[in-house]
Ligand binder design. Sequence first.
Ligand code: IVH
Length: 718
Amino acid sequence: MMARAAKSKTRPLPDVTGLTKAQAKVEHMRLALELEGHDKRYYQDDAPSVTDAEYDALRQRFNAIEQRFPEFVSAESPSQKVGAAPSGRFKKVRHAVPMLSLDNAFAEEDVRDFVGRIVRFLKLADDKVDFSAEPKIDGLSMSLRYEGGELVTAATRGDGAVGEDVTANIRTLEDVPQKLKGRNVPDVCEVRGEVYMTKHAFLALNERQKAAGDTVFANPRNSAAGSLRQKDPTITASRPLGFFAYAWGEMSAMPEGTQSGMIHWFERCGFKTNPLTKLCHSVEELLAFHHAIEQQRAELDYDIDGVVYKVDRIDWQDRLGFVSRTPRWGIAHKFPAERAMTVLRDIEIQVGRTGSFTPVGKLEPVGVGGVIVQNVTLHNEDYIKGIGNKGEILREGRDIRIGDTVVIQRAGDVIPQVVDVVIDKRPSNAREFHFPKKCPCPLHTDVTREETAAGEEGSRARCTGEFACPYQKIEHLKLFVSRRAFDIDGLGEKQLQYFFDEDFVKEPADIFTLEKRNSKLKLEEIEGYGETSVRNLFGAIESRRRIALERFIYALGMRHVGETTALALARGYGSWDAFHDASLKVARGDEEAIADMDALDQIGDTVIKSIADYFGESHNRGIVERLTREVEIVDAEKPKRNSAVAGKTVVFTGSLEKMTRDEAKATAERLGAKVSGSVSKKTDLVVAGPGAGSKLAEANKHGVKVLTEDEWLTLIGE
Ligand code: IVH
């Protein structure tokens, strides 16, 4: 089958100029649903129900609508998902040696500590350790396996233990030799490094994508990822991707004894390595390297987000080993957050699920670290005035006004922040922002400022409309259908908003009665909606009628009851009836019920008050009652007391390959074990995976029983 993304670059976009905004919105929503369904059938089920040409036509129309109405684009839009195509598309590959990651250093002190730890660990009389200092390329790590000198597999990092097989695509990269050069190459060599796209190639690709009405990528890293995850390698071949080699996985023999030696060996084998890599002999040289690379950063044609220091001697690397999932012998020294200046055009108020107000700054779009930023959180009223959470002065007291030139900072994936206001550029017509006294919702309810735990006026403003405020209702519905709650496929934010605006869904129970009511609603007759999408939606809703207790409690959206708290409540009460009875009693002020709830692990006054407030409100009780008639709530598993590990204290260390650390912890706890982060005399069992370091040593010191991951799984009978 031909891949879908292969498109003629000159094909004009479908004409959508005849659509009104309202029509376009409905059509956009319908197409989003339809495309999601097709993507699932194509990527996950490998059973597409339309031809590539039909799919392309839908996608083109969808893209044309988004180009005409960019405000329809959201993080959920299918146009934004190419970089993270669903897994299941490529064969899975288990890495012979896990692909772990590096710890981060931000300050000079962190780097000095890192070197100090190494010197102490190796018990060196002096601090003479050589380091290979390398730029940290912001791309995708890749493991290339050569057998008998021939490339056999290329795999992405995945979760570190299992990645995706992208061999066919990687073969199209010029920088990746099909056959290793040189004689006497070890029989098995896994060469690891970073796949990246140059900045100029990224910009040119985006231009082409835009002209063809295709996905525009946010940064070179996303476009490299999107280019690699193509089913048709000819598309990858058309995308200019580079590869720098810097590490290795399984090696049947080590050709060199140092990191710098290995880098030269990679070059002799036919790889590119980063030309800025340098051997450093002291902390001062490392810091100077960091500084020098940072100075060059803007001029480099590829994105980097820091530098990496690695102990050069491999025998020392082996002795140093790993702590948890990061090596003791290496660290990433990150660059400070990137900044940019732009103009604040407006301030809007966003009302959250629990009625809290967040002022959002609408910016003149600006690129910061490869991402276009248009919105920025301004936190609260005080923050805009230049006052911090604890009453401290921010930005030397400079307030933020509409029309101001502001300095935006973005650190990694953290939400962008306004870090300063350029007063010299303040125009004479800059407007002070008057925080609303009324909710912007149609009810215009009063706004109060929340109290702090100490009973003082807090900085967060809140709408007092509670369940009567439509903004809060819709935000709750969004949480209700979200992945970690009811996880209803095909009921994204836009569809939900539409159903809400049309009065089809006003509260959670309505979602489950949609199908029954459809003889009246006739969703399939809504312009642009189709029978298939409606059928798919009903199917998705039906499949979610049975729900685990913890998810159900979380989905109610009570304040301060996030996933962890919901899980603690579910485990504590076991069944919905028990939890519901207790909550009604708590709401009535029943002291015994309050004391029982308080006795649960992780539950305190704030949560109890929130549950009491929620169930004290008859409107909420009605919502819950109508909802529980529609769904089946599955009891939580109470921790088992008769398992082989019940009552034992267990520590997991090193990298686990068959489960994530969270899964391992959850299973152990379900079986009645206590999971601890550190080893002591009281520890009963240590489960150690590859890379286990100090905890393993501690276990041996205290004579604690150590199991491999497989032995653990056998012990617990999984
Ligand atoms: S060495 C044990 N060297 O950074 C991990 N990584 O958090 C060894 N990266 O996943 C990795 N440039 O994708 C290493 N010169 C470099 C690197 C580099 C970029 C990435 C890599 C890795 C992440 C580490």
